[in-house]
Design a protein around this ligand. Structure first.
Ligand code: UD1
Length: 345
């Protein structure tokens, strides 16, 4: 259980998919999450879901975390002792059409937060990075020591630049203690079906597209390519239950807090995945079993920019945080389907 002054954690983007599940995991671990979210890619109903799960209203500031003027007061008022920074734009395709919007938002918000953290003496930060930094890895599973590849999208580039910003700030001896978690593919929902993924418009990601198709919202889903050099020809990803990923943030935060007062500057990157790869076709089949639904799908052409296969080497995060994913992919798909059905009601 977190104690007194170590409890209040600012969760930027806390009404988003991974953010809202992390709010639940933080509260379960005895922390006091405080959300800041501008609701540009999330909905107010998330707050209702959080209230249903937790039994109280999570403090929430409906504001842009790029807003330099409001943050110092918020940090002080809420007695913030650590930050988990989720707030960012994340649509790969859109990032290629609107590069400046992505650079402004994703880089700007981290710069603003870092300045305010240094100014107010809050040192502990967990940053949302992505396995996209590895590009198409040469060896699988991919370890944190693998080279970062030139980014294939503006979105991916913002993650790389943010990692560099954090590394350089810690290397300069500033009072920053940060872990960047490189997420693999988060899927699923909270088992109560009170919160889950809420894509605005047509989903870009695989699992929401599948659940919306099974629910009859979309007529058919397309598997993007079955001619990849993999056993069944479809791409391979490391799909991680969003609650497992949420708990990884809590473990990372605790690790920073346990560094003690002497540790002034710290920066590390950790893979947050399951260590297992599943193909898109395997996932589609498993969804059928988990949901009892017949999914209408077809095989289409490859999607530009997709890599063939990526899954995590999880030995570093296991040894450093004592964390590993414990939920199965089937459980994640059952939870995702329960959530989709709940949305219909
Ligand atoms: C991408 C990004 C990742 C980012 C995430 C957030 C890359 C390489 N990856 O993950 O960094 O964090 O988006 O949005 O930039 N698929 C289909 N049909 C569909 C949708 C997807 O077959 O309708 C396939 C894709 O081709 C891919 C797999 O499913 O092989 C997963 O796709 P998706 O869920 O979009 O995630 P990534 O592209 O892996």
């Amino acid at each position: 259980m977190a104690q007194g002054a170590d409890r209040s954690i600012l969760v930027t983007g806390g009404a988003g998919f991974i953010g809202s599940h992390t709010v639940v995991a933080l509260a379960a671990a005895g922390f006091r999450p405080v959300i800041i979210d501008d609701f540009s890619n999330s909905q107010q109903r998330v707050l209702d879901g959080l209230r249903d799960i937790l039994g109280y209203d999570v403090p929430c500031y409906v504001q842009d975390c790029n807003d330099r003027a409001i943050l110092p007061g918020l940090f002080q008022r809420e007695n913030i002792c650590g930050v988990i920074h989720f707030a960012a734009f994340k649509a790969v395709g859109e990032s290629m059409e609107e590069p400046l919007r992505y650079y402004r938002n994703n880089l700007g918000s981290l710069m603003t937060l870092l300045e305010v953290m240094l100014e107010t003496g809050v040192s502990d930060l967990i940053f949302s990075s992505s396995c996209t930094v590895y590009g198409e890895p040469e060896t699988l599973p991919v370890a944190e020591t693998a080279p970062v590849q030139p980014a294939a999208s503006v979105y991916g580039n913002t993650k790389q630049i943010c990692e560099e910003m954090l590394r350089d700030t810690a290397a300069a001896g500033k009072p920053l203690r940060c872990i960047a978690l490189r997420y693999f593919n988060p899927v699923g929902a909270h088992p109560t079906a009170k919160i889950g993924e809420l894509p605005l418009g047509t989903p870009n990601n695989l699992v929401p597209y599948i659940t919306q198709t099974a629910a009859g919202i979309r007529p058919q889903m397309t598997i993007f390519g079955d001619d990849y050099p993999t056993p069944d020809g479809t791409c391979i990803r490391d799909f991680i239950h969003v609650m497992d990923l949420a708990e990884a943030h809590v473990a990372a935060l605790r690790a920073l807090q346990q560094l003690g007062a002497d540790a002034h500057s710290h920066y590390d990157v950790l893979n947050a995945g399951t260590g297992r790869g599943h193909s898109v076709l395997e996932l589609v089949r498993l969804f059928g079993e988990a949901s009892g639904q017949r999914l209408n799908y077809r095989i289409g052409p490859r999607r530009a920019g997709d890599i063939t296969a990526v899954y995590a080497d999880v030995s570093k995060i296991q040894s450093q945080l004592g964390w590993s994913a414990r939920r199965s992919l089937r459980e994640a798909l059952e939870d995702a389907w329960r959530w989709e059905e709940h949305l219909k009601q």
